[in-house]
Design a protein. Sequence first.
Length: 346
Amino acid sequence: MGLFNDRLKSEDGKTKVPVWFMRQAGRYHSHYQNIKKDSDFMSMCKTPQLANDVTMGPIEDFNFDAAILFSDLLFPLEQMGLGLEYSPGPKLETHFDHPDKISALKMIEKPEDFYHFQKEACSILRTNLPASKTLLGFVGAPFTLYTYACSGGHSGNLINPKQGFYDGRWQAFNEVLFDSLITEASLQIQGGANAMCFFDTAAGECTFEDYKEFILPKVRALTKELKTHHPDTKIIYYSKFTHLNYMKEIQDDNIDVLGIDWRVDIVSALNELGKDYMVQGNFDPAHLHLPWPILEKKLLSFWESVQQTKTSLDRWICGLGHGVLQHTPEENVRNTIKYIHKNFKY
């Protein structure tokens, strides 16, 4: 079962809702931990066969309807010459924290060479993945990458990155990033990705006005360019902490799916956005830590809410409001996917 127009019918003639989770291949999963015993995060991402093995783990174990390339969104910062290592979390040697450092943004390698490992991993995955499963590629959206480049993350008030809107750093960063990010996404698509996710986990830290003025024009430019080269590839844009008014303002015909976090009412999102986009989300990932009887009731309540929408459920992809959290019980993930496949039908 795919995410889009290739959904499966159940025996009663109803259509099954597809489901996948961000970070479905990750630290909570024993399959991932077993691979990591003999490797490290960077090697797991950059060795195509290892990336394939990690990606396939939750497909084979939990039967998600889409696989998402195991990689990391920060590799463009490494390519920019900022230096990147994981010990265990991401750390940059240099931060783009002052206008004088604009000249430091120099690519260490051509993007078509640097990102070849992602293309190769997607190619292996497309060979191993059942044809009925969607393969998702992903890149970081500009503002989220920019916050890491400036401050090493996107927590707190982001004072320094926001100052960069006005001192030239935001514009300079995007001028360096644009072609490289398009190449990264294109290589994943050439390798076999059916859809491309743009993850913007820092976007909601900005005011609505800053989001409109600074962030959306860069997102629209990227999605337009990518659709020019790959018109049949679906584009998914996920933003965290953004309220419904942010998403209504996106107004991007090149985006096919909007991912929403758990702070947004799912029915309102479907009713307000469903005519223009598919909507993805937005079960609270913290609920996967609950005892199964309580989690089961949460899933039932969630499904009952979704059914109140006036929009066709062909426009909805079930998922989390963000990624699977560390220490999430594997059995809860397994039972959740079984429950959704059995009960979420329309």
